[in-house]
Design a protein. Structure first.
Length: 687
């Protein structure tokens, strides 16, 4: 988080004028009712682009440009502020913070010994005017000089009392926002009223604060971050507020019964050194995903009134404070689909498929939608532009549709009427839908997968047979199959002696499958057939795989730092199952791999170092093999099975009806062999 994020590239004067107009329109919508078409990241990139263009073409700067103005110059007000309500300058990382602090200390001519460090609340600034202890007026920030009267919102803002503890005359400044719970409720109310919703808590707060007449009332939250006496007030309190350190002013504010962030995990602190400031910045950033309200950075202020007074203000922002920005946690993207999955416990959960979007350091393609109620409560539709939230390690979630970006082409989201995994009924009595089979539902799918042709290849074990065995509680997972007795199987309905013996023989054959298939049967997330083969060939034994930590697992080609810990964690979870497999005598080694686990490409193997592609119909000794089995054969013989022909391909095995891959191989002068020739080459590895 050290560098400033990128900016929009502006090519010429026309593009510049368009960019300025877009920034003005967006900011006007953003501060008015939160209906901007841009997310914050896009807006910030745009403004940085405008700034960069203006730096290079100072003669072309338009008077209405948003740069250097409070609220991007897009807002006006008619209630003058007693003291301007300004913006904050930004820093992006520790180095920039240190530069800012150094220049501030040069300006005031002494080191700053006390820094106040607070969260930057992501809402709307408001000035709350109290006269003799009574709340008399609420004013928005506006253009910084004058704001808009929003006194109608009095009484709907938690944390902003009608009366203070003392009969004092004072102006409180702070942020109006919505907590996650308030946002949910606001969405539900609006959904019930006009079938639409708010895009995110900040725009819900903006819309709610500024709308005078709404048939429904939404609750807001206030957090104070400053108190100002009137400039001409010379009372004892006014003098005290002017002279106290910021942190003590905030103590006084909360003593008046006004909410501050004091009781939250991101309470303001006073730091003596920049190291301590940075430590608190990191703590606040780490706490962000769990907060009940949005923050978009950390505000660092000179705590001492004397330092603030000497530092003063620029026309746009105080010089004694700075915003340490955190990466955006929310973006607008498209909802392209909804998938339904039944989880381990039988819970049926929808998952949003998104147009990929970069968020807080990773690309997000899927996001949680929690449950059906969540979809209806938000009135989500397929094709909607949606706000997606992700911070740190939290699972990304779809916050809401951006209703004002609808085109009319949006479609209702299909809701399943039966369990997507087993086809049985859905228990809809709770908000979280469940398959009526509960945990057993997942078991059917995972056992059926393990028994599949490309895994343990257990012939004669159809899904209804698996259901029967689960219902009779003879098995709970696929390892239990290897413990079934002849008598148990015979006791099942529609199960004769012949099928019983066939099934038992299939179980015996399954025990002899190589490690790569046994591993694949485990169904570890992200490890399909070819990945399982790679893992098996890399480690050689199940013991070695189980002993591997994330770093060791990452040595396998194709497993990155994100996937490795998942594999390790899932294997740990599967330990009891694997133990049962071991005890049942299932094969736990990979043929042809040195048990030390190292050698995967011994030079004496016929295909070592070769990338082999197979296409067309197999014939001769390969005729009976599935494509997966041919691929296994290639890897046993030391080669790498690949699915497409490229310049890196060493060999194409082309059967009849080979088609385009053959043409491409010829064009690239890749060696082409028939299935028979290939069988000859790898004869000692044939199954
Ligand atoms: N999506 C859009 O179209 C769009 C348009 C305009 C602005 N924006 C977003 O708004 C941001 C600029 O917002 P801004 O001009 O309201 O604020 P700012 O970034 O200039 O910061 C100043 C504001 O910080 C707030 N604040 C929060 N916690 C505070 C604390 N502890 N102490 C002091 N102040 C605190 C106050 O409201 C203050 O007015 C941009 O970075 C952009 O992301 C988005
Ligand atoms: Zn089910």
């Amino acid at each position: 988080m050290t560098d400033a994020p990128p900016s929009t590239v502006i090519a010429d004067e026309t593009a510049y004028a368009e960019a300025v107009q877009l920034a003005l329109d967006s900011a006007a919508a953003y501060y008015a009712d939160g209906t901007s078409t841009l997310d914050d990241d896009a807006y910030d990139r745009l403004v940085r682009g405008i700034e960069a263009y203006e730096g290079e073409h100072p003669d072309q700067v338009l008077p209405q440009s948003p740069t250097g103005k409070v609220a991007g110059g897009a807002v006006v007000g008619d209630v003058p502020h007693t003291v301007p309500m300004l913006s904050l300058d930004n820093v992006f990382g520790a180095d920039q913070l240190a530069d800012w602090a150094a220049s501030l200390e040069r300006r005031i001519g002494r080191p700053v010994t006390a820094w106040s460090v607070e969260p930057k609340l992501d809402g709307l600034a408001i000035s709350a005017r109290y006269r003799r202890g009574r709340l008399v007026q609420l004013v928005t920030r506006g253009d910084g000089v004058a704001g808009e009267d929003v006194s109608h919102a009095m009484g709907t803002i938690v944390g902003l009392p009608d009366r203070l503890a003392d009969t004092v005359t004072v102006e409180l400044r702070g942020e109006v926002m919505m907590t996650a719970a308030q946002f949910d409720e606001a969405c539900a109310k609006r959904q019930a009223h006009d079938g639409t919703t708010f895009a995110n808590p900040r725009s819900a707060a903006a819309g709610t604060l500024r709308t005078r007449e709404r048939p429904y009332v939404c609750e807001l939250t206030f957090f104070g971050y400053g108190a100002l006496p009137a400039p001409d007030d010379s009372s004892e309190l006014a003098t005290r507020l002017r002279e106290l350190p910021h942190s003590e002013v905030m103590g006084w504010v909360s003593g008046q019964g006004v909410q501050t962030t004091d009781a939250t995990p991101v309470a303001g602190i006073v730091a003596e050194t920049l190291e301590q400031v940075q430590k608190r910045v990191d703590e606040i950033a780490a706490a962000r995903p769990e907060l009940e309200f949005g923050i978009d950075g950390i505000v660092v202020k000179c705590d001492l009134a004397a330092d603030q007074a000497v530092a003063g203000f620029s026309s746009r922002a105080p010089r004694w404070a700075v915003a340490y920005k955190l990466p955006a946690t929310e973006k607008i993207t498209k909802l392209v689909g909804v998938e339904w999955n039944t989880g381990r416990t039988g819970i049926i959960a929808p998952r949003a498929v998104l147009e990929p979007v970069e968020l807080d350091g990773s690309v997000v393609t899927y996001a949680t939608l929690h449950n059906v109620a969540d979809i209806t409560r938000r009135g989500l539709m397929l094709g909607d532009s949606v706000t997606v939230y992700k911070a740190g390690d939290v699972i990304p979630r779809v916050e809401a549709p951006v209703v004002h970006l609808r085109t009319g082409d949006e479609q209702p989201i299909p809701i399943p009427s039966v369990c997507p995994s087993c086809g049985d009924a859905i228990d809809m009595s709770q908000e979280r839908w469940r398959c009526v089979r509960g945990r057993a539902c997942r078991a059917i799918a995972s056992i059926s997968y393990a028994a599949g042709r490309d895994q343990l290849d257990i012939e004669g074990l159809a899904d209804n047979r698996i259901k029967q065995l689960l219902d009779a509680e003879m098995i709970a997972d696929f390892a239990d199959l290897f413990y079934l007795t002849r008598d148990q199987l015979l006791s099942l309905e529609r199960m004769g002696a012949v099928s019983t013996d066939n099934l038992l023989a299939a179980f015996e054959r399954a025990k002899a499958q190589p490690l790569s298939r046994v591993f694949c049967a485990l169904g570890v997330r992200g490890t399909g057939r070819s990945m399982s083969r790679r893992i098996a060939r890399h480690f050689g034994t199940m013991e070695a795989i189980r002993a591997a930590d994330a770093l060791a697992i990452q040595q396998v080609e194709g497993i990155g730092p994100e996937k490795a810990p998942v594999v390790v964690a899932e294997l740990a979870e599967l330990a009891p199952l694997i133990d049962k497999l071991v005890a049942a005598g299932v094969t736990m080694t990979e043929p042809g791999v040195d048990p030390s686990g190292s050698a995967t490409s011994a030079p004496e193997l016929p295909l070592s170092g070769m990338s082999v592609v197979v296409t067309g119909a197999m014939s001769g000794p390969l005729e009976e093999l599935s494509r997966n089995q041919v691929n296994e054969l290639i890897e046993r013989a030391g080669g790498k099975a690949s699915s497409s022909v490229s310049a890196k391909t060493s060999l194409l095995v082309a059967g009849e009806k080979a088609g385009s891959k053959r043409a491409k191989a010829e064009q690239l002068q890749v060696r082409v062999v028939s299935p028979e020739e290939f069988a000859e080459l790898v004869s000692e590895f044939l199954p």
